[in-house]
Structure formats: C-alpha cells, structure tokens
Design a protein around this ligand. Structure first.
Ligand SMILES: NC(=O)c1ccc[n+]([C@@H]2O[C@H](COP(=O)([O-])OP(=O)(O)OC[C@H]3O[C@@H](n4cnc5c(N)ncnc54)[C@H](OP(=O)(O)O)[C@@H]3O)[C@@H](O)[C@H]2O)c1
Length: 248
C-alpha cells in the first residue's frame, strides 16, 4: 500500500525510538520524510539510508524544536525545498524525572520547552503553509502520563497534558480548513526513554498494563500512519491511547 505518494512528512526526533519507526512507516507508505534530529545526527542519517535503500525519499534535518527561530527556519527551508508540508509529527520529547520536592525549576522548564513549546513552535509555522494548501495532518505525541499523571513525572505529565489541550484547541481552529490535529498517548514503549528505568520499576509498570507487556515503537507508528492517512479524514481533536489498555 503506497497511499502517501507525493506527500511530504516532517517527523521531529525522527531518528530514534518512536520517531524512527514513524519515519520508516510513513516512507513505506510513499511519503517523502524529513527526519529531524537535534543531536543524534548519525541515527537520523541511518534512518535516511534505510529509507533510501527501500527506494524511498528522505533527508535528515537538524533543528532544536525548543528554539522558535530554529523551527521557523526548518519549516521555511522545507517549503523552499519541497514546496509543501502535508504531515507534521511532533514526536521530539525528553524526560527529566524527579519527585516534586526535588524537581528543579530548570528541569521543569527544559521538559516544557521541548515537549510542549516545541510542539507549539512547529505547529505555528507549519499551519501557515497547511492553510495555504487547504490541507494537512498534524499528529502530536502526548503520553499516558499526560492523561493519567505519573509519580516522579510532574514536569513531563504537565507537558504532555499541555500537548492534549494544544491539540484540541488547534484542531478546533483548523477543522474547517481541511487540517486535522490529533494526539497519540502511548503507554510504556521499548525505547531509549524507557531503557533508563530500573528493571524493578519496569517489572512493576508491566503489572499495571492489562496486556502485560510494553509496546513496540512500530505499534505507535501504525497509529501515526493511520492518523496521517486519508482514512482518518473525519478524525480530529482526538487523543488515541496506544497503551495496552492502561488508560481504559
Ligand atoms: N517510550 C515511551 O514509553 C513513551 C511513552 C509515551 C510517550 N512517549 C513520547 O514519544 C516520543 C518519542 O519518545 P521515544 O521513547 O522514542 O524517546 P527517545 O528514544 O528518547 O527519542 C527521543 C527523540 O526526541 C528527539 N529530541 C529530543 N529533544 C529534541 C529537541 N530539542 N529537538 C529535536 N529533537 C529532539 C531525539 O533526537 P536527538 O537525540 O537528536 O535529540 C530523539 O529522536 C516523545 O515525545 C515521548 O515523550 C514515549
């Protein structure tokens, strides 16, 4: 199935983890993929090579999503190069976990800057061109932590709950213009982000998942691809939990 032929997709943090799986899945559907990274250039280049070896089209693009000017430059250069932007996947994210009494303002601000403000920055500039095209798909990666809260993640949960509010508001603004805006709230997924957790904590977390296992990046990418596809043309402002049943 190659129903995204001719579409241009930007995946922030597209070189690793969930972003990597999303970049590969969108490319398999025929989209040209801009694989954004902020520091992991080798990982992003490896994804680009993998896409090219499948006969697809991709390019790695350095941009720190926390920096508004950097985002504006990236989106404007993408438009100059490709003439359009059809799919925006706001996947870039970080954690700086701690219990609230030990959470520094710096750790709080850094997580908000990447996860929430980064999403706002890219949407702000991408929406301008999607409005001109009268069409587009924006998919924001939230988290089950933003839906249910999670001890030790006050900053992260606040950023991801913020992403949900941002998604719903922008979805309302853009719904009449052919642009859909949705969020995905993954549960616990096997990536570098969760590798950091202690084995004991991971075992404990798995007991809270009705499906009794962590998710795979490809399982989140499948939901991203659906929301980016023509099949999701009547879906907007939604939060799709892909979490093995955690938040039901
Ligand atoms: N894994 C999970 O269990 C889980 C659960 C729920 C939600 N999520 C969300 O899913 C998304 C992907 O997470 P992951 O698990 O795949 O994490 P990951 O493996 O740690 O990858 C994070 C990605 O974000 C990029 N990134 C970080 N800061 C950035 C910045 N300032 N500008 C641009 N890119 C930046 C990284 O690229 P560089 O290395 O180049 O900075 C990397 O590609 C995140 O938003 C995360 O919060 C993950």
């Amino acid at each position: 199935m190659q129903n995204m032929n001719g579409k241009v997709a930007l995946v922030t943090g597209g070189g690793r983890g969930i972003g990597r799986a999303a970049s590969l899945s969108l490319a398999k559907q025929g989209a040209k993929v801009i694989v954004n990274y902020s520091s992991s250039s080798q990982a992003a280049e490896a994804v680009v090579q993998e896409i090219k070896s499948m006969g697809g089209d991709a390019i790695a693009w350095c941009c720190n999503v926390a920096d508004e000017n950097d985002c504006q430059k990236m989106i404007e250069e993408i438009i100059a190069e490709y003439g359009r932007l059809d799919i925006l996947v706001n996947n870039a994210g970080i954690t700086k976990d701690n219990l609230i009494l030990r959470m520094s303002e710096e750790a709080f601000d850094e997580v908000i800057a990447v996860n929430l403000k980064g999403t706002y920055h890219t949407i702000r500039y991408a929406a301008k061109y999607m409005l001109k095209q009268r069409g587009g798909r924006i998919i924001n990666i939230s988290s089950i932590s933003g839906v249910m809260g999670n001890a030790g993640q006050a900053n992260y949960s606040a950023s991801k709950a913020g992403v949900i509010g941002l998604t719903k508001s922008v979805a309302r603004e853009l719904a009449g213009k052919g642009i859909t805006v949705n969020a995905i709230a993954p549960g616990f997924v096997e990536t570098a982000m969760t590798d950091k957790l202690a084995e004991e904590m991971k075992k404990q977390l798995v007991t809270q998942i009705p499906m009794k296992r962590m998710g795979r990046p490809e399982e989140i990418a499948a939901a991203i691809c659906f929301l980016a596809s023509d099949d999701a043309s009547y879906v907007t402002g939604q939060v799709l939990c892909v979490d093995g049943g955690m938040a039901m």
